[in-house]
Design a protein around this ligand. Structure first.
Ligand SMILES: [Fe+2]
Length: 284
């Protein structure tokens, strides 16, 4: 299983377009859709008032979908079939996660006929079979969400981070669906449906170049360059026009379930990931 695509309902389409194409380096393929690998598209932006995540689509094989639908039916979890042809897929089922986030299970997302090329990130992104990246979703009832993703959708626990940041408790759980260290993380309740989504570049320097592009474009940097202890991602965080964040990284860890032991970390970064106010010396 992998993170197949994300749809966002956003107030400012042009700001989003500029962020996706000029800062992050995706390619506009029309209809509000953006490409980052051999998949025809991975992100869709729709104009609307929510200014938030609209849909999270997980792609599975047809056999995996059958097993998952069976588990959902056994648990009497409501799931409805949607028009797969509208997204060029072969199967498409819709459900809500315990936080109420619109979720889809899809099979056979369309692929592009041409090689991916980004003029901004010429070496491209780590995506394809590992999915488009990861996201951290709101989970007002974290245990209910963890149970849903593990027991019904089939995610496996990667690890936890339990710590404090500037006096605020942080309790994150990370889950994988393939070799990517995590495709999904759950924290507590959030103002938006997600804290951030993550893009992983293939080349180290592309993180620094994206950091420069964000600064020059006036995109607010939320966390400076740093490295996480669990997925080892070297990354920075910046704010999208819809106020939630995106992470741009390189060097994420891969998991082999044969020898993976989930652990709990007591810090969120090995180094870096400071709020810019701290760098400026203006935050106690
Ligand atoms: Fe992340």
């Amino acid at each position: 299983m992998q993170l197949g695509y994300l749809a966002f309902e956003v107030e400012n389409l042009s700001q989003w377009h500029n962020l996706l194409t000029q800062v992050i380096g995706l390619v506009d393929v029309g209809d509000g859709r953006y490409r980052m690998d051999q998949y025809a598209w991975r992100i869709q932006i729709i104009e609307g008032d929510a200014d938030d995540l609209h849909t999270v689509a997980w792609e599975l094989t047809a056999a995996e979908l059958e097993e998952t639908l069976q588990r959902l039916r056994t648990a009497q979890w409501p799931v409805i079939e949607r028009d797969a042809s509208a997204i060029g897929a072969t199967q498409r089922w819709a459900l809500k996660d315990p936080a109420g986030t619109d979720t889809e299970l899809v099979v056979g997302l369309p692929k592009a006929n041409t090689p991916f090329h980004s003029p901004v990130v010429p070496n491209g992104f780590v995506a394809d079979d590992l999915g488009m990246g990861h996201l951290v979703l709101t989970a007002p009832d974290k245990q209910a969400s963890a149970d849903f993703y593990q027991n019904l959708l089939g995610f496996a626990l990667s690890d936890h981070i339990v710590t404090q940041i500037f006096g605020h408790p942080v309790d994150l759980s990370f889950f994988h669906a393939n070799a990517r260290h995590h495709s999904l993380a759950l924290g507590g309740p959030l103002r938006k449906r997600l804290h951030h989504l993550m893009f992983e570049a293939r080349r180290f320097d592309d993180v620094g170049l994206a950091y420069d592009r964000a600064i020059r474009a006036g995109v607010p940097i939320m966390q400076t360059l740093g490295r996480h202890p669990n997925d080892k991602m070297f990354s920075f965080y910046a704010k999208t026009p819809s106020k939630f964040q995106f992470e741009f990284g390189w060097g994420g860890r891969r998991i082999d379930d044969a020898d993976w032991e989930p652990t709990t970390y007591d810090h969120i970064s090995e180094w870096g990931h400071h709020p810019p106010q701290v760098v400026l010396g203006s935050r106690k």
